[in-house]
Design a protein around this ligand. Structure first.
Ligand code: TEU
Length: 560
């Protein structure tokens, strides 16, 4: 089967620019730093680079609060640097995807500065303003970052909606001027050569018709907007309009970030008919750990069970097969590091083995894999043990709400949960070598470097043929070479449904079968799988094949 789109067998590499490479010693990564590392990414073999937001921003939420969509944040560089970056990417045969953050802007965006001035300002309706109710917020919604989702603005005696921080007011997508301003801006970037967009919380842009109170469960103080807002009534209309105005005019790749989305919904958003988006980021496999009290949100210390992970991956693989397209990811700038969360970073051998095993489990599925910076060398969570080390507003706010305000957790427990789930785990600087600050910066890094950089770094990975880096390089190469990874059917191996330790599946097209076997545990196991004579061992994280003995964190793939 021919690939339908240019990106069908591509692999994406995600860069968090603030943490990737600082070139001028100010402690913050920048565009020139990325330019200087393009050959490294080329060596890894990725096809597409996705940059987290690089636009002008007060940095309340590290660039997800944009004050000018058509300017580069000065700490990262300028438009000339950007041009050099995109040219450098294209010159190496790679593509560039930008972050598109249009559910909200910064409160310092000129639209909002106008909007808040008066009720009859032409920009008033760019945002969502409501009167208070009995001297309180218009409804009981909570923001993603703790506290209420409304902020009172004395200037006009009304509240505005902010699903994230108060400095991130939500845009009013009901207003056609908002929509067309966004489309114009997207076309402006496309004209600069941008090859696609990763759309931040795009399934939140269409709000429910009535902004009414939501139910409170357990100890919740505010209603959970994740249950109320995603996938609103005009979502498909807006995305189709965006597609007609922007995507249909360019050779683009789009991925919508969509918390709270099921395979059924994904089929409409990322249908192969290409009327809306190419694929979405869904979150189901990110929420399989968790706890029974909804008020604690994502904060817990549970490890995801293989049975849940397998059931979920299988559901998505089968659910979208032939009708829509999956994105495949283990982590990103909002999630803990994959090897710490799903694997085993307790010792060097298990870290390397489990990182490769998890990469195998994911990269042989159908969809587009995303590799988050540092994943390819097995970077781990940083495990800060003091609140003062945390930088991320989500983590700090959650601590204050759950410990100081609601007294639902003691400080020690919350620190443990933060050390496992805080977004800061993903945001510590990229570990390039064992020199000062891991070679990230000659200045003081904006976020502390993980102290394990002397053992885990790029320089070391590149000198070791058995490193995680070369394993990822091979996985990427296999995806480019073997159509079955892109177009093959997905089947769980018979009897694997109930296996608590091993995930085994087949991918199959008319001429090739792959049998993927991954041990999620540190135990040595015995398993029988039918492997035809003459099957070739395509890739493995051990030096040899022990047949029916499956060793700790072993991964192996047969081709026949
Ligand atoms: O994240 C959206 C989102 O759903 C997050 O709240 C996510 O669930 C949380 O970070 C997990 O802990 C996007 C961006 O990826 C994130 O960095 C931004 O802070 C957020 O949108 C607001 O723009």
């Amino acid at each position: 089967m021919e690939n339908k789109h240019w990106w069908n067998n591509s692999v994406v590499y995600q860069i968090y620019p603030k943490s990737f490479q600082d070139s001028n010693g100010d402690g913050v990564g920048d565009l020139r730093g990325i330019i200087n590392r393009l050959d490294y990414l080329k060596k890894l073999g990725v096809d597409i680079i996705w940059l987290n937001p690089i636009y002008k921003s007060p940095q309340v939420d590290n660039g997800y609060d944009i004050s000018d969509y058509q300017a580069i944040n000065p700490t990262l560089g300028n438009m000339a640097d950007f041009q050099e970056l995109i040219d450098g990417i294209h010159h190496r045969g790679m593509k560039l995807v930008m972050d598109l953050v249009v559910n909200h802007t910064s409160d310092q965006h000129k639209w909002f500065e106008e909007s808040r001035k008066s009720k009859d300002n032409p920009y008033r309706d760019y945002y969502i303003w409501r009167d208070g109710k009995n001297g309180k917020e218009p409804n009981n919604w909570g923001s993603y970052f703790s506290g209420p989702a409304w902020k009172y603005d004395p200037e006009t005696d009304q509240y505005y909606l902010h699903l994230f921080a108060p400095q991130q007011p939500d845009l009013n997508w009901e207003n056609p001027n908002v929509r067309h301003s966004v489309y114009d801006m997207m076309n402006w970037w496309a004209a600069k050569g941008v090859d696609g967009f990763r759309m931040d919380v795009i399934n939140l842009i269409s709000k429910p018709k009535e902004l009414t109170d939501g139910p409170l469960t357990g100890d919740e103080k505010y209603a959970n907007v994740e249950k109320l807002v995603p996938n609103g009534p005009r979502m498909h209309e807006f995305l189709q309009e965006m597609n007609r105005n922007v995507m249909s005019k360019h050779k683009m790749i789009t991925v919508g970030e969509m918390p709270g989305t099921t395979p059924e919904q994904a089929k409409a958003y990322a249908n192969l008919d290409n009327k809306e988006l190419n694929m979405i980021f869904q979150f189901e496999h990110m929420g399989l750990d968790g706890n029974s009290n909804p008020a604690l949100g994502k904060w817990n210390d549970q490890k995801t069970k293989l049975a849940d992970l397998r059931a979920n991956f299988t559901k998505w693989q089968k659910g979208l097969m032939g009708t829509a397209w999956n994105s495949l990811y283990w982590n990103n700038h909002d999630q803990p590091r994959v090897v710490s969360r799903f694997g085993d970073d307790s010792n060097e051998e298990n870290r390397v083995k489990s990182a490769k095993m998890l990469a195998t489990m994911l990269h042989f599925q159908q969809g587009t894999p995303y590799i988050y910076e540092g994943e390819e060398i097995g970077m781990t969570n940083v495990y800060f043990d003091k609140l003062e080390d945390y930088v991320d507003l989500e983590s700090i706010n959650a601590y204050h709400q759950l410990v100081d305000d609601q007294h639902l957790l003691d400080g020690k427990t919350m620190l443990k949960y933060l050390s496992m789930h805080s977004r800061d785990n993903a945001r510590t600087p990229m570990q390039w070598d064992d020199s000062k600050n891991a070679g990230f910066s000659t200045g003081t890094p904006w976020e502390k470097v993980n102290p394990n950089y002397s053992t885990i770094n790029v320089e070391k990975a590149l000198t070791d043929q058995n490193s995680i880096f070369y394993y990822y390089q091979k996985l990427i190469k296999l995806r480019h070479e073997l159509p079955v990874i892109t177009n093959g059917d997905f089947q769980l191996v018979a009897g694997n449904e109930d296996d608590p330790a091993v995930f085994a599946y087949r991918r199959q097209n008319a001429d090739t079968t792959l049998l993927v076997i991954t041990n999620y545990t540190d135990q040595t196991l015995q398993r029988h799988y039918d492997v035809p004579d003459g099957a070739k061992l395509l890739i493995t994280n051990y030096a040899d094949d022990a047949g029916e003995t499956i060793r700790p964190y072993e991964a192996k793939v047969y081709q026949y």
